[in-house]
Design a protein around this ligand. Structure first.
Ligand code: ADP
Ligand code: MG
Length: 686
């Protein structure tokens, strides 16, 4: 375990620099927090006071007898460098700088912050902050934060780049909804960051689930690398806010236009096994659920309900999340029917009807039978009105879940709670028994769906780097012949083509390549050809080629011509790549053609990937069904498309100079996949 982790979360002794005797001051709140529950030594530091809150006060950390592991600093920003230097000479190993007035306050603050960071580095003190909320270790009773009291104990550790949000999360623990192990809000993050903390929490034995609220990720590649190691054995749930658009600004290719910062981060994190959520409440709901129940192994859900309508609504919502509510087998239905009235429905949703006097037995026996079955991956009992109000129903559900676990069942149970206020005590007991109780249908489904694991697939090894191609224009775009040659080198079949500089040459090339023919004008700065009227398709004889060539010269001026055999017809796909700052090369695939940006139906991954991961990308497309053909069109061979994407990703990973690659369209014809257009932009000196 990292040394800083022990100093920060399990210090033997703590100094509070800037401790204050006046209630209401931050220096008072922090000291009080520490004294309330922390069993170690706490030393208030103050230049003049002799004693605060009954503890002897020292003028500086170096005057504390014995060693100090952790310093919590709440002095004005300008006084912080001197305090940190004093901490250095006292042998302090970690410091939490709660004070503000640093980078968030302007250029002077930024300079101060850099000094603080430099002093910390030189003295070997690991820093949290500045301008932060602090650190909590619930198991150790350590509250080195400005939060009010300790949250309830549990297995969720929270890393929150928003301190206030982190604090708000606590109040939910008071309602029994969630229990925490460690909480850390890093503020301006001069030193210890999301990657350090993720690694630490991954190894921390009290942390069963890691929840992170991230506004920015400094080193995306390092975060992904660490997450890949943690997620296979410990759930990591991330709310990534901030839809940065910087990736789009300079985008000229379709691929780059679709690879905004938020999309890149989401794709890379998911690929690393992170469970991504889109709001703070769901972050906590999913974290709490995974702390208390196993993760579902698949998407088959059984619903047990005393309200048919709620059951149908849940089934709809679950299907919307890509889960299913499968019809139960005849054998299982027969087993359920033994305990249910004749008119109950046992297909799934299992509808117990309104025979409420029998609810405890019906809920209990149904839960028992379903937990023992191998036909489902998760169970949602609905407790609504009467069933929520009857304490014996709660008793039986709690007892059956416990008994199921004893028998080795790992099927997660999530309650969909639609109970009145008078039933609150029952809900509380369910929570205390470790059974999540989501109010209403949508939240229950969101929580269950959000807790599904994501597979982490092996990363293929990267080959030798490729040499930088020459003759790009000043924006970095390569000419079409160079581009098509590289695309072929990456392993993508390219439609037969020639570059010519005359009508005669075009006709000759057409005879070699075979009709029908497509003619395209080649001009140095021409990137989007269709818009410029530079593409002529469906040319079936020499006369048509001559006429088209003449036409292109008339409208675009003299220049070379790209002569291509006309491929297809078929489904137009896009395969591309971008270099994403912070993360690295990303490969993209989706439905291409002229509606690509309007549909935005692409999937992305950090390159390189294997063909299984590429196949998962295709399954993820909203228009995935388009690949299966229909309307007279051929089906796309998913296997060979996945292999092609994997090949492109391997090539991209070897091309550190690549900025954008756009193969659009790659046409899936009855005879196979073929690229007919591509563009490549490489890094330019500036
Ligand atoms: P741009 O994307 O620069 O506008 P493309 O070369 O992609 O130009 O051509 C536009 C469209 O013309 C393609 O999306 C495709 O539908 C069609 N097309 C272009 N070249 C061919 C070809 N060789 N075979 C079949 N269709 C083609
Ligand atoms: Mg195109």
């Amino acid at each position: 375990m990292d040394d800083w982790g022990a100093a920060l979360f399990e210090p033997q002794s703590v100094a509070v620099v800037g401790a204050s005797a006046s209630p209401g001051k931050v220096g008072h709140v922090v000291l009080r927090n520490l004294l309330a529950t922390y069993p170690g030594d706490v030393h208030p530091i103050h230049p003049t006071e002799r004693e605060i809150l009954g503890r002897p006060c020292r003028p500086s950390v170096s005057e504390v007898p014995g060693s100090v592991d952790l310093a919590v600093i709440i002095v004005p920003a300008t006084a912080t460098p001197a305090v940190l230097e004093d901490c250095g000479s006292a042998g302090v190993r970690a410091a939490i700088v709660i004070s503000g007035g640093f980078a968030e306050a302007g250029p002077d603050g930024r300079a101060l912050q850099e000094r603080v960071a430099a002093i910390g580095r030189a003295a070997g003190i690991r820093l949290v902050g500045p301008n932060c909320f602090g650190v909590i270790n619930v198991h150790a009773g350590l509250n080195a934060s400005i939060g009010i009291g300790l949250p309830e104990v549990g297995g969720v550790s929270l890393f929150s780049q928003s301190g206030a949000y982190g604090m708000a999360a606590f109040s939910r623990s008071k309602d029994g909804e969630i229990g925490f192990a460690k909480v850390i809000a890093p503020g301006n993050t001069v030193d210890l960051n999301e990657v350090d903390v993720l690694r630490y929490l991954g190894e921390d034995r009290h942390t069963r689930v890691i929840a992170m609220l991230l506004e920015s990720i400094r080193d995306g590649a390092a975060f992904v690398e660490t997450a890949r190691q943690v997620t296979p054995y410990k759930p990591v749930i991330v709310l990534k806010t901030g839809r940065g658009e910087s990736g789009r600004r300079a985008a000229a290719s379709h691929t780059a236009a679709l690879a905004g910062d938020a999309a890149v981060a989401a794709a890379a994190l998911r690929q690393a096994g992170v469970r991504l959520v889109t709001d703070g409440l769901t972050l906590l709901d999913v974290a709490a659920a995974l702390d208390r129940q196993p993760a579902p192994r698949g998407g088959r859900v059984a619903v047990v309900t005393n309200s048919g309508g709620t059951g149908v609504e849940l089934a709809d919502l679950l299907e919307g999340e890509g889960m299913t509510v499968p019809r139960l087998s005849a054998g299982l239905q027969a087993r359920l029917r033994e305990h249910l009235p004749a008119h109950a429905s046992t297909e799934n949703p299992v509808d117990l009807t309104v025979d409420w006097e029998r609810f405890p037995a019906m809920y209990g026996e149904t839960v028992r039978a379903l937990l023992d079955s191998d036909e489902i991956d998760a169970l949602i009992p609905v407790l609504l009105q009467r069933s929520a109000l009857i304490p014996e129903v709660t008793d039986r559900v709690i007892a059956e879940v416990a008994a199921g676990r004893e028998r080795g069942s790992t099927i997660p149970v999530h309650i969909c709670w639609v109970g009145p206020q008078e039933a609150e005590a029952n809900r509380r007991r369910l929570l205390e028994a470790g059974i999540p109780c989501s109010p209403w249908t949508a939240r229950a489904v969101r929580t269950l769906a959000g807790s599904r694991p994501r597979p982490v697939r092996p990363v293929p090894t990267v080959g030798e780097p490729l040499t930088l191609p020459g003759d790009a224009n000043e924006d970095g775009w390569l000419p079409p012949d160079e581009t098509l040659r590289l695309v072929a080198e990456a392993g993508v079949p390219v439609v037969p083509w020639r570059i010519v500089d005359s009508q005669v040459g075009a006709v000759q090339a057409a005879r070699d390549l075979g009709f029908p023919i497509v003619l395209k004008a080649v001009r140095p700065d021409l990137v989007h050809k269709t818009e410029a009227g530079a593409v002529r398709v469906g040319l079936t004889d020499a006369a048509a080629i001559r006429a088209a060539a003449r036409d292109l010269v008339r409208s675009l001026g003299p220049g070379a011509l790209l002569v291509q055999h006309q491929a297809g017809p078929g489904v137009e796909l896009v395969v591309g790549a971008v270099f994403a700052p912070g993360f690295g090369p990303m490969v993209m695939a989706g439905l291409g053609g002229i509606w690509i940006e309007a549909l935005g139906d692409v999937a992305m991954r950090l390159a390189p990937i294997g063909s299984d991961e590429a196949a998962a990308m295709l399954d993820e497309l909203r228009g995935s069904a388009v690949l299966d053909g229909g309307r007279g069109g051929p089906a796309v061979d998913r296997r060979s498309l996945a292999c092609l994407i994997a090949d492109v990703s391997a090539w991209v990973a070897r091309a550190p100079w690549l900025r954008e690659l756009d193969i659009n369209p790659l046409i899936a014809t009855g005879g196979g996949l073929v690229a007919v257009d591509a563009r490549i932009r490489i890094a330019t000196p500036d």
